[in-house]
Design a protein around this ligand. Structure first.
Ligand code: ZN
Length: 558
């Protein structure tokens, strides 16, 4: 049984360290209680938020110089290091003066108040413990799930004042969400629309437009409801903030990062409302389930689920994963005998996983896809979470649901992978085509170039128009455009919905045949991994329909 106290302290140290990278010091009144803690395992995913995490900081005290704040943060981190040792050794009486020292530096340090409650509880001062917990809540502590599992607080569980404190959970979370909404509005300004959904515990912020906000709400709601029905038993306890900046928002222009989810801050940023948004949101849903279970799953499971659902359709309330470009890559690795052995992959930590990201991402997606296709995903997840104590890697549960040893499942899986039909990455010469090259944008595909005399040209589409849908199907991922056009014949008509300026319009395009000079561009699959929060191998931009996952924006037009 782990000691909750020590982990809390470590979580704080970790969050202080990461905010030292940021110009956004985490201060007391910040509603995004970064320090209030993923007390679970701060080492599972170090520094998941990029350095310029957009955590709202407007609430920090005026006149608080960043340098001074950082100095204090370092002092607090140093004291915390000492605390960890003492708490692990069970020397709670010696912890107390150290926590008091932290509170003298930072009187609103919610984790320090929480730790003080643990110390009082351990030292047989239950009334003081509840008093300190109340102060922790007032300072922004909000991880009730952790509080209820923490063995350090066992001594106060039956007290009526503790129970009254627990009953405030909903209100505390609601208040935090409203504060977060206000902080986002203050931080990002009037261009952003900020809203709270109390039913699903989500806070939204976007400066794209209202249409996009409504879409994000609809997509995430459907996604959450489907996964809560299909897979996860625990919903969000704390609100998750979802920020969708427009493509040209300078606050978020960070090369290569399409999005991330930082669990400590419960903050999701997605610069694209397609794959990136659903990938990161699946992380948020899965993390909440892990919190509810009191577990931390290995990276292959976290990325496996996020990549599984990144391309999925909601059909009758269930999320149905769709093939995507990761299959094309995986089939090449399988054919070349270059996949990672299951027993190795399942034991990877984050660093090893990222080192082998090119192979690891497609592989974990299609392990999950295999479980799903064989109707065993839910069975596996249930068996895995039930047997987590005996095997946190998930391998035993795989063997169990297939009734075979892991090596045999792996051999079956390879045969299955080879037999799958990979989605097209490009269209051949003379195939029906639209006549555009596009770049992925937050909410659609921005036209970079138009082929003269093509269907798109004749229909009056122009560069900078953003294609958002074709024949009623949403177009955000360039791969989806190729997949759709691939199903069409020369001479067929499609309805293209697009945004020009702030207006949405629809035109009918008659598809022509792709000339050889347009189709002649060789695809160059992009595989450069960034960090865990970015779905590796996601085509950032693409030339359509000639070369799907090309990296360069709109090379030769198609
Ligand atoms: Zn991910």
């Amino acid at each position: 049984m782990r000691n909750g106290f020590a982990l809390c302290v470590m979580a704080l140290a970790a969050s202080v360290a990461s905010c030292a990278l940021s110009d956004a010091p985490v201060e007391a009144n910040t509603p995004a209680t970064a320090r209030a803690l993923s007390a679970r395992s701060p080492t599972t995913r170090p520094a998941e938020a990029p350095a310029e995490s957009p955590e709202p900081t407007s609430a920090h005290a005026p006149g608080h110089e960043p340098a001074e704040t950082l100095g204090k943060a370092r002092q607090v981190a140093e004291i915390n290091r000492q605390l960890i040792g003492l708490a692990k050794a069970g020397k709670f009486a010696e912890c107390k003066p150290l926590i008091e020292k932290i509170l003298a530096i930072d009187p609103h340090n919610s984790v320090a108040w929480y730790n003080m409650a643990c110390v009082h509880s351990r030292l047989g001062a239950p009334a003081k413990a509840v008093g300190a917990l109340n102060k922790a809540l007032a300072a922004g502590y909000s991880d009730f799930r952790y509080m209820q599992r923490d063995p350090d607080l066992d001594a106060i569980r039956k007290r009526p004042d503790y129970k009254r404190l627990l009953a405030r959970n909903d209100q505390v979370q609601r208040d935090r969400a409203e504060k977060m909404r206000k902080a986002l509005q203050d931080r990002f300004g009037a261009d952003y629309i900020c809203q709270v959904d109390h039913t699903r515990k989500l806070v939204f912020a976007t400066n794209v437009d209202r249409t996009t906000l409504e879409e994000v709400k609809t997509v995430l709601t459907a996604h959450a409801e489907a996964l809560w029905k299909d897979l996860f038993d625990h919903r969000f306890e704390q609100y998750v903030t979802v920020v969708v900046p427009s493509a040209d928002d300078p606050s978020f222009r960070r090369a290569g990062v399409g999005g991330y989810y930082a669990h400590v801050q419960r903050m999701l940023v997605a610069r694209q409302v397609g794959m990136v948004l659903t990938h990161e949101f699946t992380h948020a849903l899965h993390d909440a389930d892990q919190d509810g279970l009191g577990q931390r799953h290995p990276i292959w499971i976290m990325e496996g689920l996020a990549t599984l659902y990144e391309s999925s359709k909601i059909v009758a309330g269930r999320a149905v994963p769709q093939p995507n470009h990761r299959l094309n890559m995986l089939q090449r690795y399988v054919a070349a005998g270059r996949t990672i052995a299951f027993k190795t992959l399942l034991n990877y930590d984050q660093a090893k996983f990222m080192k082998h990201a090119q192979t690891a991402y497609p592989q974990v997606r299609y392990i999950m896809m295999y479980l799903h296709a064989k109707g065993r995903l839910k069975k596996w997840y249930d068996a895995y979470t039930a047997g987590y104590g005996a095997d946190p890697t998930g391998g035993q549960a795989i063997a169990q649901v297939f009734g075979k040893d892991l090596g045999q499942v792996e051999a079956d899986w390879k045969r299955w992978v080879k037999a799958q039909t990979a989605p097209p990455l490009r269209l051949p010469v003379r195939h029906a085509y639209l006549g555009v090259s596009v770049r992925g944008q937050t909410d659609g595909l921005r036209i970079a170039r138009i082929v003269k005399n093509s269907g798109a040209h004749k229909a009056g589409l122009k560069p900078t128009d953003v294609i958002v849908g074709i024949d009623g199907e949403r177009m955000v991922d360039s791969g989806a455009l190729i997949r759709l056009v691939n199903t069409k014949k020369v001479g067929e008509k499609v309805e293209v919905r697009f945004r020009r300026g702030g207006e949405y319009k629809t035109v009918t395009v008659t598809l022509g045949a792709m000339p050889a000079h347009v189709a002649g561009v060789r695809p160059t699959p992009r595989t450069r991994p960034k960090r865990r929060s970015v779905p590796a191998t996601r085509p950032a931009t693409s030339t359509v329909p000639a070369t799907a996952p090309a990296t360069r924006p709109a090379k030769k037009a198609a």
